[in-house]
Structure formats: structure tokens, C-alpha cells
Design a protein. Structure first.
Lengths: 190, 190
């Protein structure tokens, strides 16, 4: 796999529950080092269109042909606006990964969904689909799901695109931009 | 000079003349490779507070102590909202540089200022102050002004922070973010 492989990283901006929308930032990077493009969209907080927004972002960027994979910071954008990576993959033919620093607490998530959403079963089904893989790193492990890739390809993509710490640069940089433009200065970790 | 030196790059977003404000993005990078933070502000288009906005951005970031220089994409943010880099340097003690890809056409600028601004002489004086240096690169030359540095330090900072093409990464990345969040997808060159 080439070191200069094009990766799209996607993350949402922090929001308060007074807000209706959350900013979504996409970044196109070559491997983990060179930022090529910044994409911008938004999703309704706790809405249901995050899958469509990701599909649109991928299919509409002029970098589409160069992209080899998209990496999402977790499986939701804008609260519990769940991204169905299988559906995005089917609509775009672009392999997809979700990456999280912490192991999701599925019982907590299920409880929150049941409490707040009439359509909780639909969201829950998307969140639970696919296999969660624990990937060891030199620091703490990260947790990933993927579609359109083999496990060894997923691991290689993480290796190529991680510079410091454990989070691949496209996800880390999308997070810095999304939090920076919302809060005035970027804070926290992807 | 260390390769990992912290540089703040500042650029504004493209705007239409229906808008009153332009987004200003600051990025803190280590050398030309690693994005550490994204800062966000705004200036009035054709306003007079760009110097104050830059001063505030520098003095308020939690990365202030690590910063060694700030690089601006040209001398204006938000149309003809002129940045007095000498004044920013005096208020922050941070060395400042302006960088442009094209040699400014000072006669054109003077004409535009005279046509549109009653305070054109104030703006003109700031734009003209300092010496414009033509810096050769392996591609086209770039044009810089600086304060708080020697010419050889300015050249070294450009060398350290330029990866591809002629524009240092902190300015290039600030430009990509500013144009990406405004237009939906980043376009054009810093």
C-alpha cells in the first residue's frame, strides 16, 4: 500500500443541546502528512441523515477518484445521528472505517437510545452491526469497525496514517478543525 | 533553528461583498508537518480591526509560549482590513511575517484605496511600511515582509515549513481550512 494513499477523515464539532445542527468536517490527506482539502457540511443533532451526509460528502468531492478509504471518528455525527457505514460503502464504493479511542459501552448506549428515541431500534441496529475489532498500538488500543477492507488492510491504513499517539491523522485533523472553528480554539482529543 | 519550531499561520476566508464579516483561521503547526491547533476568529470586511484581531489571537492562544513566529497570507484580512505587523509585534513580542505568492501591485492598491476609503492614507501607510523582500525558491519566488527577525532567520523559517510548492504549510493549511469551511470544499491556493 502506498504511503501517499488518499484518506478522507470525518468528524463532527462539539455542540450544546441548544443547537439544532452540528458542523461536520472532512479532510483529505495523503497518508498521515499532507492536507489536501477541507470539506464542510452539517447534520441535525440527533437527526437521521448522517449516512446521507457522508455519502454526499464522498460522492461530491473533486478528490473522490483519489480516495481509498474514509475514516470516521466513531459511528455517530451530531449526537446519535448514526452513520451506517455499510450503506455509505454501498452508495459510494469507498471502503469505510470507524475509529474510537475508547471501547463503546453498548449497554449505556442502548439505554440512552431507549430513553430518548422512538426509533431507537433502528439506531441500535446500525450501531451494533459489524464486528468491533480491538487494535493494539504502542500506546493504548483503539477500536475499529470497517467495511470494504480486510483486517490486515485496515491495520495497514492505521499504521500509514498515524504519526503521534493512536489516532490516524485524517481523523485527528478533522477533529481539530471541527472543534477549532466551533469553539474558537481546538480542544480535546479525537 | 529546530525543525519542530511552532509557527502560527493566519489566513482569511473568501467572502462575497454581501457579507459583513470574513472568517479568520489560525493554525499552530510544528514546523511544516504536524497540526497542533486550529483557532477561529472573524474580521469586518474592509474594517479597521485586523491588527487587533491578530494581536488577540496570538495573546489568547494557549500555545502562545511555544510560538516562535506568525505568518500571514498577505497584509490584509477581509478585503482591505490591513494588519500592521509592526504593531502586532510590539503588542505580542512575537516575530511576524507576511507572505505573498505574487508581487503586490502597489499602484493598483493605492488606486483602490483612494477610490473606496476616506481613511485611505492610514491604510496605505501600513501597507507600504517595511521592506518587501523577493525570496527565490525552487519554483517561483515569493514576496515577504517581516519584523522581529533577520532576513536569514525569515528564510530559514520558510525552508523549514515549506513541504511542497512555495507556500509555508501554516499559511497553506490556514487557507485550506478557511476556504473549506466557507465554500464547502477548499479551492485555490494561498
Amino acid at each position: 500500500m502506498k504511503q501517499q494513499i488518499r484518506i478522507l477523515g470525518i468528524d463532527d464539532a462539539p455542540f450544546t443541546f441548544n443547537e439544532k445542527y452540528s458542523t461536520v468536517i472532512g479532510v483529505v490527506m495523503r497518508g498521515g502528512e499532507y492536507l489536501e482539502s477541507v470539506l464542510h457540511s452539517q447534520v441535525a443533532i440527533d437527526g437521521t441523515e448522517a449516512t446521507a451526509i457522508c455519502t454526499e460528502m464522498i460522492n461530491q468531492t473533486r478528490h473522490r477518484k483519489q480516495l481509498k478509504v474514509a475514516m470516521l471518528d466513531g459511528v455517530c455525527l451530531g449526537g446519535f445521528n448514526v452513520v451506517d457505514i455499510k450503506e455509505v460503502y454501498e452508495a459510494t464504493a469507498l471502503p469505510m472505517m470507524t475509529i474510537t479511542r475508547d471501547k463503546p459501552d453498548f449497554e449505556d448506549i442502548k439505554h440512552a437510545l431507549k430513553t430518548h428515541f422512538r426509533d431507537w431500534e433502528t439506531r441500535w441496529k446500525i450501531i451494533r452491526q459489524g464486528t468491533l475489532h480491538k487494535i493494539p498500538t504502542s500506546y493504548n488500543p483503539i477500536y475499529i469497525k470497517y467495511v470494504g477492507l480486510s483486517l490486515s488492510e485496515a491495520k495497514e491504513l492505521i499504521n500509514i496514517s498515524t504519526i503521534r499517539g493512536v489516532i490516524p491523522e485524517p481523523v485527528r485533523v478533522a477533529h481539530l478543525i471541527a472543534s477549532g472553528i466551533t469553539r474558537g480554539e481546538s480542544y480535546g482529543k479525537a
